[in-house]
Write a protein that binds this ligand. Structure first.
Ligand code: ASP
Length: 590
């Protein structure tokens, strides 16, 4: 890089940002600083777009610009950092740029300082160009300069601030909890940190502050929140990050409703930061209803539900399992091969799909009339009937069928998205899903797992089912769902040691194991633990949906790849042998 003589910042001060000047400022003197975004030479007149996080202002150097200033301007290229001082002038009507807020004015520059040069950036600073994600992550500091990334990160900051403000007004205290701790119970693998002074011992990074926030309730803090990093070592999934951010909160003496009354206005304020009004309260639905209407625990309410119709068509049902009628609006005529593909998708999941409405109408005329009325079928809508093809499967067989039908519904809805156009990203449909099952069957390990986590309360009337019928035992847990994405989950917790012990037993933990893993919590429950409950929401997902992005990496300043690598600072990396020796660690190479 040929070097350019650089100026010092010295005592120079900005008078305005690059997004601030308007027609009313005409005639004022201004000093701006920023990056050279674009430059145009129009035979004698030079225009430079100067950019900072606030916007872009046009600098103009007229033909009569003194020779020494002209020379300096000639040295400028993309992404040079400059300060420019001059007089604000109104642009002539033909040159007004209506696409930017400063488009009616320009700065006629009289003095210019070059504060730093720049290598040619690895990709242009435009938002609508396709850049390989690898390059974006390697040069993240440059990528973050692009206008849409600036918008996303600024929106994230505003959302976090609105969350803090809303919760603080409601009496929540922001309290930090440790990052170097012991294993926590969210069901993923832990990231471990070797403890140098305790050779062979490790801290675990928290999968969530779950236990600590419960302990803060035992300590009497009443209302806690934290915008906090959580660490989970999970297998490759496109939209997961090894570390992600939760809005985590907990309160004492709550009912489920008390938690909802906090989260609804908080989300309302967060969405306001994106310019959207959402109305509260949000609709709610039990897990059982969600399964029977959507076949999923995070329904996307922008699409119509499906309906169980086994009562109308008993001839097509088997083993008393659900028969489901799916409607996808405005699909129009479908080809044989399209229908075959849907049928196959269903078959792969164990379903028998009836895709020929004409035939159904012929064989079951009266029942089909009622089916159509129930599902509110209209002329151009796609209608699929799906039932179970084989023997009942799983601990909750009807759920197995409904889940498969839910997948078929979503698959068909995605396939015909262009036709029904219901996936409008600015149509925000929030929903509470409540009363989840307490347990999920782990077929590999042949035992029950906590569906949420083991500190979740069981419904008062289901306590007996802990031992007699775990499959039907309902939890006092709830999820907040938005457009088919789970934004967060929470629950009313167990605050009594005897019940906590019963749940550990139902999960197959021996008393010893429970004590070893969570002894300090069990003990704390014996020192006057108040009834308490809470929730945690994924901040990354919230901001992703709010900003209309489809990956959380677009709203995290320095994300990792899907495989957990940081391409910019090249982490994870090997460490010098000496460091390992200090930690008492040797690497086994297999
Ligand atoms: N700790 C839980 C989670 O991370 C949230 C909660 O129950 O508050 O999902």
């Amino acid at each position: 890089m040929e070097s350019v003589p650089l100026d010092f910042l010295g005592e120079l001060r900005r008078t305005h940002s690059c997004g601030e000047l308007r027609r009313a400022d005409a005639g004022k003197r201004a000093l701006l600083m920023g990056w050279v975004h674009r430059r145009r030479d129009l035979g004698g007149v030079i225009f430079i777009h100067l950019r900072d996080r606030d916007g872009v202002t046009q600098l103009v150097f007229h033909a009569d610009t003194p020779e020494n200033l002209h020379k300096k301007v000639d040295m400028l290229s993309s992404e040079y950092v400059v300060a420019a001082e001059g007089t604000v002038a109104v642009r002539s009507a033909e040159t007004v740029n209506a696409t930017i807020p400063t488009g009616e004015i320009e700065l006629v520059v009289e003095k210019l300082w070059i504060l730093n040069e720049s290598r040619t950036p690895p990709f242009p600073m435009e938002e609508h160009i396709d850049v390989k994600e690898e390059a974006r992550l390697k040069y993240r500091y440059v990528d973050l300069r692009r206008p849409h990334m600036q918008r996303n990160i600024m929106l994230r900051s505003k959302v976090a601030f609105a969350v803090r403000e809303t919760l603080a007004k409601m009496g929540f205290l922001e309290i930090e909890t440790p990052f170097m701790t012991r294993s926590t119970p969210e069901g993923a693998r832990d990231y471990l940190v070797p403890a140098r002074v305790y050779p062979g011992h490790f801290y675990a990074l928290p999968q969530s502050p779950q236990i600590f926030k419960q302990l803060l309730m035992v300590s009497g803090f009443d209302k806690y929140f934290q915008i906090v990093r959580c660490f989970r070592d999970e297998d490759f999934r496109a939209d997961r990050q090894a570390e992600f951010t939760q809005i985590d909160l907990e309160m004492s003496f709550p009912q489920q409703q008390t938690v909802f009354d906090v989260i609804e206005p908080m989300l309302q304020q967060a969405w306001k930061q994106g310019g959207y009004e959402v109305s509260i309260p949000f609709p709610r639905m039990t897990y059982a209803e969600a399964m029977r209407s959507y076949g999923i625990d995070k329904p996307d309410l922008r699409l119509p539900p499906f309906y169980c119709v086994e009562d109308l068509l008993p001839a097509l049902t088997s083993h008393g399992l659900p028969l489901v009628a799916i409607r996808i609006p405005k699909v129009g005529v479908t080809s044989r091969s399209e229908r075959d593909a849907l049928k196959e998708f269903g078959a792969e999941r164990g379903l028998r799909v009836f895709d020929d409405p004409k035939r159904l109408d012929r064989d079951h005329a009266e029942a089909m009339k009622q089916v159509r009325a129930r599902i509110k079928h209209e002329e151009d809508d796609l209608l699929l009937l799906a039932g179970w093809a084989g023997e009942p499967k799983g601990q909750r067989p009807e759920e197995t069928v409904l889940t498969a039908c839910g997948q078929l519904r979503l698959h068909a809805a995605q396939k015909y998205a262009e036709k029904h156009k219901l996936f409008d990203p600015q149509n925000f449909q929030f929903l509470w899903v409540t009363d989840f099952p307490m347990f999920e069957w782990d077929a590999e390990e042949n035992r029950w797992n906590a569906a949420h986590h083991p500190f979740t309360s069981v419904h008062d009337e289901d306590i007996e089912k802990l031992t007699s019928d775990p499959a039907r035992c309902r939890a006092k847990s709830y999820d907040i769902v938005l457009n088919g994405t789970e934004l967060g989950s929470g629950s009313i917790r167990i605050h009594r040691r005897d019940i906590q012990q019963q749940v550990f037993a139902a999960l197959g933990f021996s008393e010893d194991e429970a004590k070893r893993r969570f002894g300090f919590l069990l003990e704390a429950l014996e020192y006057g633990a108040p009834p308490h409950g809470g929730i945690a929401l994924g901040l990354d997902r919230m901001v992703m949906i709010l900003s209309g992005e489809s990956s959380i990496r677009e709203v995290i300043p320095f994300p990792k790849t899907a495989k957990g690598a940081d391409l910019m600072c090249d982490a994870p990396s090997e460490v010098p042998e000496r460091q390992l020796r200090e930690l008492g660690i040797s690497i086994r190479r297999t």
